[in-house]
Design a protein. Structure first.
Length: 325
């Protein structure tokens, strides 16, 4: 399946139509000259980055891409994750500092993509599991690498800096029914960890995409919100950020997949992504998705009161991206 043109989303809002598997953005930017980065003796060309709100299904794509021939894809690598989380925790550090932020990211990936006999010992369990790594050796042969990529958690929140750091990058973002995403977040300690006191200094950030806080009203309500409402606000903020990316990046830079279609038609998803990145991708292994990733799981996992909370916070966005009803 190939990407199809759709009406351009308004800045700060999700796209009003999201019916197809592969959703191409309107081209409003031009590709800058790529920065030359050499890792493992090879130039990094068209790296692939997987983006999405928490529990949106990027892990399924990451697993398939990590096992694809020629790819070295990382997830939560020790050099990369602290930088990604730094941008997510304090988004203001990148505002007005485009080239500096891009340099920090390039330096992090230059370290994170290095292959050595013991490099995988510093990788996350999710990364080693995705690659099927056993023992202490690396998950990929340095000699066989032709492309690089990353699918670290919360990578979405530094996507604009990524596009500046790697102008020829291929960004793949996944959107999922917000009710399912909220239900899965509520069972995920890592997602909930961002809500602990002191993790994020909300007072220092006028707008916080990771938490979904955009207005004074959001900020005033935040301390008293339930975990369900905070997860819904976070999903809403992520969807709006994805819409802004679709408005600012060209079709050569970004593609959006709907998670439910990816699960129902995995071969079509593989075909769409392979065409977009210009390289064959392994099949998607749906067995790797647990019960929390089943489409419609929210009907079993959320109480009526929780569904109402999600509707109150994110109902408009749900309907705009095709998840109403």
């Amino acid at each position: 399946m190939t990407a199809v043109d759709r009406p351009e989303a308004r800045a700060g809002e999700p796209d009003p139509q999201a019916a197809s598997l592969a959703m191409a953005p309107q081209a409003t930017s031009t590709l800058a000259r790529p920065h030359i980065l050499v890792v493992n003796g090879r130039k990094v060309r068209q790296p692939v980055f997987l983006l999405g709100a928490p529990q949106s299904g990027t892990s399924l794509l990451a697993r398939a891409l990590k096992r694809s021939g020629g790819f070295h894809l990382t997830l939560g690598q020790r050099w990369v994750l602290p930088v990604v989380h730094g941008f997510a925790r304090s988004p203001s550090i990148a505002r007005g500092r485009g080239e500096a932020a891009a340099t920090v990211l390039r330096d992090a990936f230059a370290q994170g993509w290095q292959v050595s006999p013991h490099c995988c010992l510093g990788c996350s369990l999710a990364c080693r599991d995705a690659g099927g790594t056993e023992g202490a050796g690396p998950c990929v042969s340095e000699r066989g690498i032709t492309r690089y990529g990353d699918a670290s958690p919360d990578l979405l929140y530094c996507a604009e800096s990524l596009a500046e750091a790697f102008p020829d990058a291929r960004l793949v973002q996944v959107i999922r029914d917000g009710r399912d995403a909220v239900a899965a977040m509520l069972t995920d300690p890592e997602s909930l960890g961002w809500f602990r006191p002191g993790v994020v200094n909300l007072a220092a950030e006028p707008v916080h995409p990771l938490l979904g806080v955009e207005t004074d009203g959001d900020r005033a309500a935040w301390p008293e919100l339930s975990l369900t409402a905070k997860c819904a606000l976070r999903w809403r903020g992520s969807v709006r950020l994805m819409a802004r990316l679709r408005s600012s990046l060209s079709p050569e830079q970004l593609i959006t997949l709907r998670y439910e279609e990816m699960v129902r038609r995995p071969a079509a998803a593989v075909s769409a992504v392979s065409a977009f990145i210009g390289a064959p991708m392994n099949a998607i292994d749906l067995r790797a998705a647990g019960p929390a990733m089943e489409p419609g799981n929210w009907r079993r996992a959320l109480t009526p009161a929780q569904v109402t909370e999600v509707e109150q916070i994110a109902g408009e966005e749900l309907r705009r991206v095709g998840y109403g009803g």
